[in-house]
Design a protein. Structure first.
Length: 398
């Protein structure tokens, strides 16, 4: 097995990450764990349980079949699996986001569709702390036209204030390209949609992330000007009141295939956005690091992450003191993917003389990185190079 070298490199090299607010931090010594049962497993996101463990969501795919299920794994403070659950939806179901509710139940947002069919709709799974399914709510579809070929794909969720949740996602046509985006407020007792807003602009908007910004909502993603091309893309952010009235809109970027990847709200009260941009005059891409005002949505600074050619930033984290860690998948000549990390301060100044490279040239993929206390947590999908992939969780002290 090839993973020990990578993880011990990570123990030596990781510097900072994001702090989790208002959560009981996982405890114990460093560990490296794999989860799965010999099939295609994909890591998506993680959340602290509040009592020392972690919930992990991902997907399990059936080889050579159009079928998948949501995977929910609970691990204890030592990283050992306590239980796992699988939730199948309509046949092909993919997890998107996870929340821990005030009653300590788990809420998982997924997209589901019938096997062999195109499209998809949102589904919410409410699960107790033993992995038992309490509720399964299929959320009504949105359409911009009288077309059965449009689908309503969710991307994220944030909690409301009154036993509800806000979902954000995209309406996709038969080509799979987003034609509009939406926000829905959903009652968690009934699964009913309480209010909704479908929005777009002169370009095609694709939501990738939703935040609670005080009482307001903020969605981020990218836009494109041409349906069949990845070029001419920009980063956008839009602010909405709790009753879904738009309060502000910002489009930024270079229009050089500037595709949104991830964003966080930092301890300095601003959003930090990572994206990929096509290098002018080249087919290669580079990472872009932007600092956006929380309320003005204005860009304070832009940093280009020149780690390597064909780099795809996937995750960003902050240490609570204005220093940032960005994790990048660097794509090799034959589709291999190494993990590269670097640290920068709030002025965009790199704090390491050179980026750190992890991995051994496989096809490992970054899902998420977090920091709690003295520990970093890195969630990835590990390519075992035997036609299987597994979910990996690394906990390292630095």
């Amino acid at each position: 097995m090839r993973f020990p070298i990578s993880i011990w490199c990570l123990v030596c090299l990781l510097g900072t990450g994001c702090s989790m607010q208002d959560k009981v931090e996982p405890a114990g010594d460093a560990y490296y764990k794999l989860y799965g049962n010999g099939t295609y497993q994909e890591a998506v996101a993680m959340e602290f349980t509040g009592n020392g463990g972690i919930y992990i969501i991902g997907n399990q795919y059936v080889r050579n079949q159009d079928s998948s299920a949501v995977v929910l794994i609970k691990v204890n403070a030592e990283g050992n699996q306590v239980w796992s659950g699988r939730y199948y939806g309509k046949g092909h179901t993919s997890s998107k986001s996870i929340l821990i509710l005030p009653d300590n139940n788990i809420l998982v947002l997924a997209s589901t569709r019938e096997t062999g069919q195109a499209g998809g709709i949102p589904v919410l799974y409410r699960v107790n702390d033993k992995g038992e399914l309490l509720n399964e709510f299929y959320i009504e579809e949105e359409k911009t036209a009288a077309s059965a070929r449009e689908s309503s794909i969710p991307e994220g969720m944030v909690p409301g204030d009154n036993g509800d949740v806000f979902l954000a996602g995209n309406i996709r046509g038969s080509s799979g390209v987003s034609t509009a985006s939406y926000i829905k407020r959903v009652d968690l007792a009934s699964g009913n949609v309480l209010s909704k807003r479908v929005f777009s602009n002169s370009e095609m908007t694709e939501v990738k992330k939703i935040f609670r910004n005080g009482r307001a909502l903020l969605v981020m993603g990218d836009t494109r000007q041409e349906i069949d091309e990845m070029k001419n893309r920009n980063i956008f952010a839009a602010s909405f009141s709790p009753n879904l009235i738009e309060a502000g809109h910002k489009i930024t970027g270079s229009a050089n295939a500037d595709a949104f990847k991830e964003a966080i709200l930092s301890s300095l009260n601003e959003f930090v956005i990572i994206s990929t941009e096509q290098i002018p005059g080249s087919a290669a891409t580079r990472g872009v690091f932007r600092f956006m005002g929380r309320h003005s949505l204005g860009i304070r600074n832009t940093l280009y992450l020149n780690f390597s050619a064909n780099e795809i930033p996937q995750a960003i984290a902050e240490d609570g003191e204005g220093n940032y860690l960005v994790a990048v998948n660097a794509i090799g000549e034959r589709g291999s993917s190494n993990i590269i990390i670097n640290k920068t301060n709030a002025s965009g100044t790199p704090l390491w003389n050179s980026p750190k490279e992890l991995g051994e040239g496989g096809s490992d993929k970054i899902a998420q990185v977090k920091i709690a206390g003295e520990y970093a947590y890195l969630l990835t999908t590990i390519d075992m190079q035997n036609e299987n992939t597994l979910i990996s969780l690394s906990k390292v002290k630095f």
